[in-house]
Design a protein around this ligand. Sequence first.
Ligand SMILES: [Zn+2]
Length: 294
Amino acid sequence: MPELPEVETIVRGLRKEIIGRRIVGVWLGWPRLVKSHSPSEFAAALKGRTIGGVERRGKNILIDLPGRPELKLLAHQKMTGHFMVGKWKLVGDKWESLDGGHLGHKKNSYIRLMLLLDDGRGLGLSDVRKFAKIVLGERKEIENLPELKKLGPEPLERGFTFSEFEKIAKKKKSAAKRALLDQNFIAGIGNIYSDEVLWLAQIHPLEPTSSLSRERLRKLFNAIKLVLKKAVRLRGSSVSDYRDSSGKPGNYAKTRFVYRKAGEPCPRCGAKIISMKVGARTAHFCGKCQKVQK
Ligand SMILES: [Zn+2]
């Protein structure tokens, strides 16, 4: 699933590509993708609107559509969804890329939504597994959706300080891995970056954040900022099928510490990296230098 760095990379790409563009047509190949409208209502609401802005909140993408009323489109790419901008042609019920921007990534038959833009290009949402979701509504209505309202702080925002983190972490009794995955604790972190952050902070995935000393909490806080900043700079990780909005893979995976590296040596101490189930997820970590401290 795309996490904060991947979604941020897509949002930055979309800002350059689609702001100021007018939507001239809407094609919806998977009606259940849109949770708020029927396909015809959805198309009618979007047609003629100009895209005013693109933002990220947690792993959600928010597209501003100024006008009366002011609309906002929320998209969550979930497991395999991703937006792609390019020139497309509809052949039967499948979209073919005309600008070669997505070669080597034949996701065209998985395009579920295409917003046709006034410059002849299209904003497509490809989604192999059909878990992505879109909600369209008036700006206030979207901003008040529980999934946005309940989200924890944005870890890369300046306002997210150590004292704020310490306050919430002291109250969090669950295992550190689970805590980092909880979007209502901190927004945007998923399976890849929780493993990476815990390795850097030398914290065992099962150690509850509430029992960490101030010094170790500070290490965890710094690791969150460091890992996410580095991953944004490297344009995300393409361990599975993530691609940015122009079809390019991210570069973080090449420099990753432990995620999906079970059996390989720990980059810090050389011991073997191990994996372990934490709830429904798998944690990858070093059993030697990420010990629960008494
Ligand atoms: Zn180690």
